[in-house]
Design a protein around this ligand. Structure first.
Ligand code: BGC
Length: 752
C-alpha cells in the first residue's frame, strides 16, 4: 500500500513539474479529489469500508416492496453498489436511503449488463465487430448509455474484450473477435461511447472492460474452462484490448471466471497488481465476476470462503460481485493480520474515485427530465445502420441484390422471430419493437409467401417440409432464414457441433431440389459450419443477431437499397473440428501448402506409414478455413493496384508509408474495408504469419479510385519477447494491403 501512495505522489510531482497550465489544472483537480477521498476514508468504520466493496444483486423481476433487510443494510452503509435493480422507484428509494440516512452519505452505484443496447438493441458485439467501424461501436455504446441512465444505471458491464478464436465457445457472440488490433480499436470506441465526453454527465456510464483475462482461451471452447496462455501470448494477443480500454479511461475492469496458468483471475496478483496497476497504471476499480471470488474454492485454489477473500483482497480485487466472502471475513482477516487495513483502504479509494468521477456525490438521482429517449428515431436509425454495416455477404452467385418485382418464398425458422433476432444479453429489449424481416417485407410490399418449414432453429420435424417446398416451387427465389435461436450462444452456451441445428440442413437440401435459387440468411451468435449445404445455396448473408432493426437492414440489403457492409472479425471454420482457428497463427516447421496436401480418400488402402512431405493439415478438409478473417463480399468489386512503399528501410525514429490504389470496378457505388497487415519474418520468438496493423473503410463510386495510405513506425513493429521486453527486432518485414487476411498486394522492407 505504501508503495502505491508513493507512486501516486511521485507521479503527481513529475506531472506537475512538466505540465502546461491545462494539465496543471487537471493535476490540481486530481490532488483535490484524492484529498477528498482520503478524508472520507479516514472517517469510515471498517464495516462501512466493507460495504463499499460489496456489489449486491437483486433480480430484475422483483415485484412489490423492497425487503426491509436490504434497506437496512443500505442505511448502515453495508452495500456500495447494486446490479439488476431495474425499477427507477427502487433505485430512488435505495439511493435516498444511502445519501440521506447512511452514516457517510456515500451514493450507491447501480449496474446492469447493457451489452449491445438497453431498449434499442444493436447487433451482438461480434456483429458490431464485423462493421470494422469504431463509430458504429461508439454509437451502440452511446445510445445504450443515454437509454439506461434514465433508469438510474450508471455502470455497465461492457465492453467484453475477450479475444475469441474458437466458435464453439458461446461467448464468442459477445466478443470483439480474434484480432487484438481490431479489438483495441473497438475497445476505445466502446469506452468513449459509454463514458461520453464527461463522466459526470447524467448520461455517462462507467465502462467495465471484461473479462480480465484470457477467458476466450477456454480449452475446447468449453465455457469457464482452463486457459493456458504463455506470458508473451498473453501480452501480445489477450492484453492489448484491455490496455486500449484503460488508456481510453475505462473506469472499471471485471475479472474472469477462468484460471490463467494455474491461478484464477480473481486471486491473481500478477494480472491484477503487476500488470493492471503497476504497468497499465489503472486507477479505477476491479470487480469480480458473479461469485468468481468464492468459485476459487471449486478451482482448488482457495480452501474456503475466508481464504478466497484473503486471496482476492491481497491480489487487489476491489469489489466482490454477489458472493459474500468480503462481507463475512474481511474484518477477521485484518484481525488475524492476513490482510492489512491499508490494503482495504486502497480498494475503497479506488471505488470512491469512480463514484466521485461519475458525479454521484453531487447528482445521485436521475434528473427529472431525463427519459432516455427510449427507441428514439435517432437511436433506431443508428441501430439500423449498425445492422447494415455488420452484415457480411459470404457468397453471391450474382443472385443478390434481388429485383423488387420477384416473387420470393420466405422459409426457415428465423424470418419472424422478434426475440431470437435480438441475441444474447438483451434482458431489457422489448421484442414488440423488433422489426423482423417479415415485418419489413410487409411494410415495403415485397411479393412473398411465408412458410416457416421449421418452427424454431432446433426443430427436427419434417412435417412442414412439403408446404415449404410447394411455396418454393411457386416462387422465383427462396429466402431461407436459418441459424440459431438467441439462447444457443452466449454465456454457458458452447456447442461442439456448430452446424445449423435441427433439420435446417435437410430442409435446405430438399428446397435445393426444386431448382429455385436459395439465399441463405443466417442469424446466429457464432460462425456456423455451412460446408454441408454451401453448394446448395446461391448466396449467404451473415446477419448475426442483428437487433431491433435487423429486419429492415436485411430487407434493404436483399433488395439492394443498402450494401452489406461487414467483414469477418473471426476466421470462419469449415467444421468446428478446425477450432481454434485464427489468421494470425504461427508458421510451424511444416506450413501447409497445396502441393503436399493429401486428401484422405486418395490414400491407398494398406499404405505404409509416412509423414515426410506432409504438412500441418487435416486429411479430410485440408488447412484453409471456409472464409478467412477480414472477408466479406460487396455488391461491386474492387481492384487493388499500385502498391508503394515510401522507403525500403526504416530505423528507430522513422515512419514508413505504404499505399495502394483501390478502384471500384463494378457499376454501383460500394464500401470496402481496406486492410493492412505485416509479418515480422524472423524473430527471437516466432511471429504470426500476419498481423493486422491498420484498416480503413472507404466509399467509392462506380469506376472511381482512391489511394489508401498506412503509416508504420518502429512502435507498430514491437512485440513482447521471451524476456517480457517490448522490442522491435531488426530484419525483414512483409506487408500487405489486402481485402482479407488470405490475399493482398505484398511487398517488404527492412528495419535496421
Ligand atoms: C458474466 C458477466 C456478467 C455478470 C453479471 C456473469 O455471469 O460472466 O459477463 O457481467 O454475470 O451479470
Amino acid at each position: 500500500m505504501g508503495k502505491r501512495i508513493g507512486i501516486l505522489i511521485l507521479s503527481i510531482i513529475i506531472i506537475s513539474c512538466s505540465a502546461k497550465s491545462s494539465d496543471s489544472n487537471k493535476v490540481d483537480g486530481n490532488t483535490k479529489l484524492e484529498t477528498k477521498i482520503d478524508d472520507l476514508v479516514a472517517n469510515m468504520t471498517i464495516e462501512e469500508k466493507i460495504g463499499q466493496l460489496t456489489l449486491r444483486g437483486t433480480s430484475s423481476r422483483v415485484k412489490g416492496a423492497l425487503p426491509d433487510s436490504l434497506k437496512q443494510a443500505v442505511r448502515e452503509g453495508k452495500i456500495g453498489a447494486f446490479l439488476n435493480v431495474m425499477n427507477l422507484d427502487y433505485v430512488n428509494e435505495l439511493q435516498q436511503i444511502a445519501v440521506e440516512e447512511s452514516p457517510k452519505g456515500i451514493p450507491l452505484m447501480f449496474s446492469r449488463d447493457v451489452i449491445h443496447g438497453f431498449k434499442t438493441i444493436f447487433p451482438i458485439p461480434l456483429g458490431l465487430a464485423a462493421s470494422w467501424d469504431a463509430e458504429t461501436a461508439k454509437n451502440s455504446a452511446r445510445v445504450s448509455a443515454v437509454e439506461v441512465s434514465s433508469v438510474g444505471v450508471r455502470w455497465t458491464f461492457s465492453p467484453m474484450l475477450d479475444i475469441a478464436r474458437d466458435s464453439r465457445w458461446g461467448r464468442i457472440a459477445e466478443s470483439p473477435g480474434e484480432d487484438p488490433f481490431l479489438a483495441s480499436v473497438l475497445a476505445k470506441a466502446y469506452v468513449q461511447g459509454y463514458q461520453g465526453d464527461s463522466l459526470n454527465n447524467h448520461t455517462s456510464l462507467a465502462a467495465c472492460a471484461k473479462h480480465f483475462i484470457g477467458y476466450g482461451a477456454a480449452i475446447g471452447g468449453r465455457d469457464y474452462n482452463t486457459a493456458i496462455i504463455s506470458e508473451p501470448l498473453l501480452r501480445n494477443v489477450y492484453l492489448p484490448p484491455f490496455a486500449a480500454a484503460v488508456n481510453a479511461g475505462a473506469q472499471t475492469i471485471m475479472t474472469s471466471f477462468n484460471e490463467v496458468n494455474g491461478v484464477p483471475a480473481s486471486g491473481n496478483t500478477f494480472i491484477l497488481d503487476t500488470v493492471l496497476r503497476d504497468e497499465l497504471k489503472f486507477d479505477g476499480f476491479v470487480v469480480s465476476d458473479w461469485e468468481s471470488v468464492t468459485e476459487m474454492i471449486n478451482h482448488g485454489y482457495a480452501a474456503d470462503e475466508k481464504h478466497a477473500a484473503e486471496l482476492a483482497v491481497n491480489a487487489g480485487l476491489d469489489m466482490e460481485m454477489t458472493s459474500k466472502s468480503y462481507e463475512k471475513y474481511i474484518k477477521v482477516l485484518i484481525e488475524e493480520g492476513k490482510i492489512s487495513e491499508d490494503q482495504i483502504n486502497f480498494l475503497v479509494k479506488n471505488i470512491l474515485r469512480v463514484k466521485f468521477k461519475l458525479g454521484l456525490f453531487e447528482t445521485p438521482y436521475v434528473p427529472k427530465n431525463h427519459n432516455g429517449d427510449l427507441y428514439a428515431e435517432d437511436h433506431l436509425n443508428k441501430a439500423e445502420d449498425a445492422a447494415v454495416k455488420s452484415s457480411v455477404l459470404l457468397k453471391n452467385n450474382d443472385i443478390l441484390p434481388l429485383k423488387r418485382n420477384v416473387k420470393v418464398a420466405v422459409i426457415g425458422p428465423l424470418a419472424s422471430k422478434p426475440h431470437e433476432q435480438l441475441g444474447t444479453w438483451t434482458f431489457d429489449g422489448d421484442e414488440t419493437h423488433t422489426v423482423t424481416p417479415i415485418d419489413a417485407f410487409k411494410k415495403s410490399s415485397v411479393n412473398y409467401d411465408f412458410v416457416e418449414g421449421l418452427s424454431y432453429s432446433r426443430d427436427n420435424s419434417t412435417k412442414n417440409f412439403n408446404a415449404a417446398i410447394a411455396a418454393a416451387k411457386a416462387s422465383d427465389v427462396i429466402l431461407f432464414f436459418g441459424g440459431e435461436e438467441a439462447i444457443l450462444s452466449g454465456e454457458a452456451h458452447s456447442r461442439s457441433n456448430t452446424n445449423l441445428p435441427g433439420a435446417q440442413e435437410d430442409l435446405i437440401k430438399a428446397l435445393a431440389k426444386t431448382g429455385k435459387p436459395i439465399v441463405l440468411i443466417i442469424m446466429a451468435g457464432r460462425p456456423i459450419s455451412i460446408s454441408n449445404i454451401i453448394n446448395d445455396v446461391d448466396a449467404v448473408l451473415m446477419a448475426w443477431h442483428p437487433g431491433t432493426m435487423g429486419g429492415i437492414a436485411i430487407e434493404k440489403i436483399i433488395f439492394g437499397d443498402a450494401e452489406p457492409g461487414g467483414r469477418l472479425p473471426v476466421t470462419w471454420p469449415i467444421t468446428a473440428g478446425q477450432s481454434p482457428i485464427f489468421y494470425n497463427h504461427k508458421s510451424t516447421g511444416r506450413p501447409p501448402k497445396a502441393e503436399s496436401f493429401v486428401q484422405m480418400d486418395s490414400i491407398k488402402v494398406g499404405a505404409w506409414q509416412s509423414s515426410l512431405g506432409n504438412t500441418s493439415h487435416y486429411l479430410d478438409i485440408g488447412y484453409e478455413p471456409q472464409f478467412p478473417f477480414g472477408y466479406g463480399l460487396s455488391y461491386t468489386t474492387f481492384e487493388y493496384s499500385d502498391l508503394k512503399l515510401s522507403q525500403n528501410t526504416i530505423s528507430n525514429d522513422e515512419t514508413l508509408t505504404v499505399s495502394a490504389t483501390i478502384t471500384n470496378m463494378g457499376n454501383r457505388e460500394g464500401e470496402e474495408v481496406v486492410q493492412f497487415y505485416i509479418q515480422d519474418v524472423v524473430g527471437s520468438i516466432t511471429r504470426p504469419v500476419r498481423e493486422l496493423k491498420g484498416f480503413e473503410r472507404i466509399l467509392l463510386k462506380s469506376g472511381a479510385s482512391q489511394e489508401v495510405t498506412f503509416k508504420i513506425s518502429a512502435q507498430d513493429l514491437k512485440f513482447v519477447n521471451n524476456t517480457m521486453k517490448y522490442v522491435v527486432e531488426p530484419g525483414l518485414f512483409n506487408v500487405w494491403i489486402a481485402s482479407n487476411a488470405s490475399t493482398g498486394l505484398k511487398t517488404s522492407f527492412n528495419y535496421k
